[in-house]
Design a protein around this ligand. Structure first.
Ligand code: GLY
Length: 374
């Protein structure tokens, strides 16, 4: 049942294991990869409460000496301050070049611990044990690590691949519904990029998956990881194809920036709206049939994901302010934004020649639709 997926990167190739119950087997799975029988586990307070004992028991059973640190949960942990205290804790625990760092948590823990592993003693091995849907299907695979700074999200970091990704889909049972739905937006993204059959499968099985169907969860995570593994194997450093994974994300980052990267809109919720806007932009440019935009909207809406702008507590939305955030996007080249567009469901492509006035129209329509509905 737990068939492995491989990320092919020469001698840095690694497996992604997906399935229910993998946490209890983590020690056995990790042991053959360890240069020495010592690991340092980085996790957060939520995981400490819910699942850390199971991981530690499995490491103990495999006779792996384990130390670790528990960090506060939440996006603010992805900071220079926490990076510094994490590196101090690793050095105080006498981590050596052969000590493997285990990132046990969601995207925040994976990104921070992976970055710390990439610079500690000029690089120590690390393993990802992602525990949220978003980190299982996206951030734990592909080696993007980093922290946030006052200038924006993920602006400081490195490409540093793990030695193994273990995605225990049973752990998703303790995930709050909002987090589960947020991660689901990234799952839908893979269908939209190049896998129309997967999108159809999600239309049929997405609701069961979100409701807790174990087989559907494992299949959705596995298909997503296989898609990501293919992209990363072909283009590790985002010279081309990997940029397709940013479908919906240029809009999403603008929405997140405008809502203060906070509780008002999670990253996944912003991606859900961003996917719809990317498809609307594609339709407006004449590349995508409007039926596909409608199909995408209906699917996300049916599962309770947002498809339109949320209410701001203190001011109206302004399309010009949203567009202003595009300039700060990491992917801007010579002042031009590269958008990921689609010719239809499962047919995404990159375009750096989108007229700004068409983008403005799409944003104006989203703002107008929100005004009408509130
Ligand atoms: N999350 C997008 C990427 O890993 O490239």
């Amino acid at each position: 049942m737990n068939s492995d997926i491989r990320v092919l990167l020469g001698e840095r190739s690694y497996d992604i294991r997906v399935g229910p119950g993998l946490l209890a087997e983590a020690g056995e799975a990790i042991r053959p990869l360890l240069p020495s029988r010592r690991v340092f586990v980085v996790t957060d307070e939520n995981l400490e409460r819910l699942h850390l004992a199971k991981l530690r028991d499995s490491l103990d059973a495999a006779e792996i000496e384990n130390h670790g640190v528990v960090l506060p949960a939440g996006e603010h942990t992805k900071s220079f301050a926490h990076l510094e205290s994490l590196l101090d804790a690793m050095l105080e625990a006498r981590c050596e070049r052969g000590t493997t760092i285990i990132a046990f948590g969601g995207g925040v823990i994976g990104d921070l611990a992976g970055f710390a592993a990439s610079i500690l003693l000029r690089g120590v091995p690390f393993v990802q044990i992602p525990t949220t849907l978003l980190s299982q299907v996206d951030s734990s695979v592909g080696g993007k690590t980093g922290i946030n700074t006052t200038q924006g999200k993920n602006l400081v970091g490195s490409f540093y691949q793990p030695r193994l990704v273990l995605a225990d889909t049973e752990v998703l049972a303790t995930l709050p519904e909002r987090d589960l739905k947020s991660g689901y937006a990234e799952v839908v993204k893979y269908g939209l990029i190049d896998d129309p059959e997967f999108f159809s499968w999600l239309e049929a099985n997405g609701a069961a998956m979100l409701a807790g169907d174990s087989a559907a969860r494992a299949q959705a995570v596995r298909t997503s990881c296989a898609a990501k593994a293919r992209v990363v194997s072909a283009d590790e450093r985002e010279g081309g194809r990997r940029a397709l994974l940013n479908l919906g994300h240029t809009f999403a980052h603008a929405l997140e920036a405008e809502t203060g990267f906070g509780d008002l809109l999670t990253h996944g919720e912003a991606v859900s709206i961003g996917l719809v806007l990317a498809f609307e932009l594609s339709a407006r440019l004449g590349c995508c049939p409007s039926e596909d935009v409608g199909r995408l909207r209906r699917h996300l809406d049916a599962l309770g994901l947002p498809v339109g702008l949320p209410a701001l507590p203190d001011r109206p939305w302004r399309a010009t302010q949203l567009a202003a955030h595009f300039a700060a996007d990491k992917k801007v080249k010579d002042g031009r934004v590269t958008f990921v567009l689609a010719k239809g469901i499962g047919q995404a492509f990159l375009c750096d020649e989108v007229p700004p006035e068409v983008v403005a129209e799409v944003l104006e329509r989203a703002v107008a639709a929100h005004r009408m509905s509130s």
